[in-house]
Design a protein around this ligand. Structure first.
Ligand SMILES: Cc1cc2nc3c(=O)[nH]c(=O)nc-3n(C[C@H](O)[C@H](O)[C@H](O)COP(=O)(O)O)c2cc1C
Length: 281
């Protein structure tokens, strides 16, 4: 039985540390940039929205981003281990350590999930959104969602997906590609039962990805579900559950100076081991 690696629950981003983290180049995130004062500084003031809107119209209609760049000097990746899970575990540990030490990587388990939709013309259309990684083992990477959402429908139709863990403060990214399968009901039930009650009610109230007329309509739907389950545990909705991405390819990327980054891809051998090779940056 492969070992499940549960992920520790995330604490709230800590405002005290998050307010002035220094990035790897030593530039503090609340220093003025070429865009002017950082948005979070302006957004704290009551007139911020109008000001930001005006600034957007005035300055950022066609922004020149050509000189936005940083030097990647934080680390290197030499002689990676033979097993991608070993490297991922080490990097995930580093990501949590970074969150705890600097606060600038608030959600180490947030990953971009890309699926394949079908456009009106029948052509495949890639689509991406963020989900939270909740566990992994040798069988794959688990996330939870509404199975009738856009992504749920896309996965039902085309069961390949790509995951991206963007750990920018560490100048790292991990890419994972694979086939997607439904997680078994017992595991989905167990995870659903561990969620806060408000999230459980939300899973019943929200037809994720479908249009709704107003915020009030959404809140009314939550109130109805809250009344329906008053005094009782909230069961997992049949349309909500887990998915597992069974990996067929990994890629680990570590930024290096002069854009000569370290990249290693892993692909599976027939006997269950992995072969790895360095890729040009
Ligand atoms: C940091 C972050 C974490 C998220 N985690 C989840 C998640 O675990 N599950 C989920 O269904 N949506 C999550 N979302 C919302 C999704 O990005 C997305 O808006 C939603 O799932 C609907 O996507 P879809 O319409 O493509 O199906 C998260 C969003 C963010 C920004």
């Amino acid at each position: 039985m492969p070992r499940m690696t549960p992920l520790s629950p995330l604490s709230d981003p800590r405002g005290d540390q998050a307010s002035s983290p220094a990035d790897a180049s030593g530039r503090a995130s609340d220093e003025p940039t070429r865009w002017g004062a950082p948005a979070h500084t302006a957004a704290a003031r009551p007139d911020a929205c109008d000001e930001l809107a005006a600034q957007t119209t005035k300055d950022t209609m066609s922004p020149d981003l050509s000189s936005e760049r940083m030097t990647y000097i934080v680390g290197q990746l030499e002689d990676p281990p033979g097993d991608p899970f070993t490297l991922l575990e080490a990097w995930m540990r580093d990501a949590f350590a970074r969150r705890d030490s600097h606060g600038d990587l608030p959600e180490p388990t947030a990953m971009v999930l890309s699926t394949v939709a079908v456009g009106a013309d029948g052509e495949p259309v890639p689509r991406s959104r963020t989900v939270l990684l909740k566990s992994w083992d040798a069988d794959g990477f688990v996330f939870y969602t509404n199975r009738e959402s856009a992504k749920g429908r896309e996965l039902a139709r085309h069961g390949s997906a790509a995951l991206l863990l963007p750990w920018s403060p560490l100048q790292r990214q991990v890419r994972i590609e694979g086939r997607v399968e439904l997680l078994d009901d017992a595991t989905s039930d167990q995870y659903f039962a561990s969620r806060p009650r408000g999230s459980q009610l939300g899973a019943w109230a929200s037809r994720q990805s479908w249009p709704i007329a107003s915020r009030e309509d959404l809140e009314a739907a939550v109130s109805r579900e809250s009344a329906r389950f008053e005094g009782a545990d909230v069961p997992r909705p049949p349309h909500w559950g887990g998915y597992r991405v069974a990996p067929r390819r990994f890629e680990f990327w570590q930024g290096r100076p002069d854009r000569l980054h370290d990249r290693f891809a892993y692909e599976p051998n027939a006997d269950g081991t992995w072969r790895t090779h360095r890729l040009q940056p």
